[in-house]
Design a protein around this ligand. Sequence first.
Ligand code: 5GP
Ligand code: MG
Ligand code: MG
Length: 186
Amino acid sequence: MYGDDIASVLISEDEIAAKVSELADLVAKRYPADAPEGDLLLVGVLKGAIFFMTDLAKKLTIPTQMEFMAVSSYGSSTSSSGVVRIMKDLDKDIAGRNVLIVEDIIDSGLTLSWLLRNLSSRNPASLEVVTLLRKPDALRTQVDVLHVGFDIPNEFVVGYGLDYAERYRDMPYIGTLHPKVYGGEA
Ligand code: 5GP
Ligand code: MG
Ligand code: MG
């Protein structure tokens, strides 16, 4: 549907589905279904995590509730600075809740470490992270991640929620962009 904009398929639709099921099993084992803290609260980071979040929630065998946050990190469109601004905050108080942040991708880890500090100051009962993708740079930042779907090479990827200039989120798989899309060579 995007013609030859996509240079390669990095992770297919089937591979994503299998991994989401695997992650859902691991997450469900971690949280008791009848915890005194109430239902597990999934916090999705808009917009990149939407597909992962909804697919994960559907596969989870424990009841969950969903909240969304939108943050914007100052910096260029393809790298982040770690200076984060809240564009949309959570609707509900998370104090005393079991919170699982659902992330699309961790690159430098700066966005996530800021988010962890911000959310932990709201006194949740527990705070963990599940991310579908992780890039090599993330290993240099100290962020504790409960589960990682795929460790990927240091390439810019799109699809399954991830965008370039708001495009390509709707692709059912994860791929790399042809350099011509960035306005570079053909
Ligand atoms: P970090 O703060 O970890 O460097 O950046 C995290 C955010 O940068 C992600 O939530 C995502 O919005 C964006 N990002 C990082 N790498 C990629 C990538 O390869 N593709 C896309 N589409 N966004 C990315
Ligand atoms: Mg994200
Ligand atoms: Mg983006």
